[in-house]
Design a protein around this ligand. Structure first.
Ligand code: GLP
Length: 240
């Protein structure tokens, strides 16, 4: 794993932009694996700015997102489909029909997992962007998820419900389940870019870089990825 330590969130986002742009300039048809959460917001703002100012085009790119809450769709401003549209897609020239995410309100959840998994097998990510949960989860692969897992439904960990409740009116509104790409879908990406900022991520980052690879800390699966880049700020990287 290549580790890039920077001072702060701004520099983390700037470095992440360089990696993203190198992938898109090398391959204008790239498949971009994208993530939600607070961590990539700075990168998404910089992608939008670069698109406006320098004309980087995503018109031929495809996007696949990591995860979605069960029960939420684009009409909910807490859904990840809404998040992506508001924070990135509407600010660049990617075609919405080329953007993909699990359907949170699918009636048949198992069929939805199978559909998304088949799609991921067709659209291998040229780059997969990731944040990291404070408990070491990636996407919504909670501690104990098998390293060879594919798209599935998860019961969210109590710590994740608590962490993510800051974005909801109350903790009771946080969905208890989510669809998520599995760890093997993530490992299938040609390149992985994982971002971490803030002290709350320091323990998870230590495990990611220095811990033994084990299913209790899902992010440690990345240790065996052939092209994984971690960009973290000083606070998140204080133990490495
Ligand atoms: C959520 C998402 C993850 C994300 C993580 C960290 O649970 N499913 O993809 O990486 O939380 O979120 P944040 O970036 O807001 O700290």
């Amino acid at each position: 794993m290549k580790v890039i330590k920077v001072k702060n969130y701004e520099e983390m986002s700037e470095e992440a932009l360089k990696v993203m742009l190198s992938v898109v300039s090398e391959n204008p048809n790239a498949v971009l694996g994208l993530a939600t959460g607070s961590t990539p917001l700075g990168l998404y703002a910089k992608m939008a700015q670069d698109h406006r100012e320098n004309g980087t085009s995503y018109a031929n790119c495809r996007a696949v997102n990591l995860d979605e809450y069960v029960g939420l769709d684009a009409s909910s401003d807490q859904s990840y489909v809404y998040f992506m549209r508001e924070n990135l897609f509407k600010n660049i020239d990617i075609k919405l029909e080329n953007t993909h995410i699990e359907n949170g309100t699918a009636a048949d959840k198992e069929a939805e997992c199978a559909r998304y998994n088949a799609l991921l097998n067709e659209l291998r990510q040229d780059i997969q962007l990731l944040g990291i949960g404070s408990n070491g989860h990636i996407a919504f692969n909670e501690p104990g998820t098998a390293f060879d897992s594919v798209t599935h439904i998860v019961d969210l960990a109590e710590s994740t419900i608590k962490d993510n409740s800051r974005l909801f009116k109350s903790i009771d509104e946080v969905p208890r389940q989510a669809f998520t790409m599995g760890l093997s879908n993530i490992m299938n990406a040609k390149k992985v870019l994982i971002l971490a900022n803030g002290e709350g991520k320091a323990n998870a980052v230590r495990e990611l870089v220095k811990g033994e690879a084990r299913e209790e800390v899902p992010a440690t699966v990345l240790q065996s990825h052939p092209d994984c880049i971690l960009i973290c700020d000083e606070a998140a990287g204080k133990f490495i």
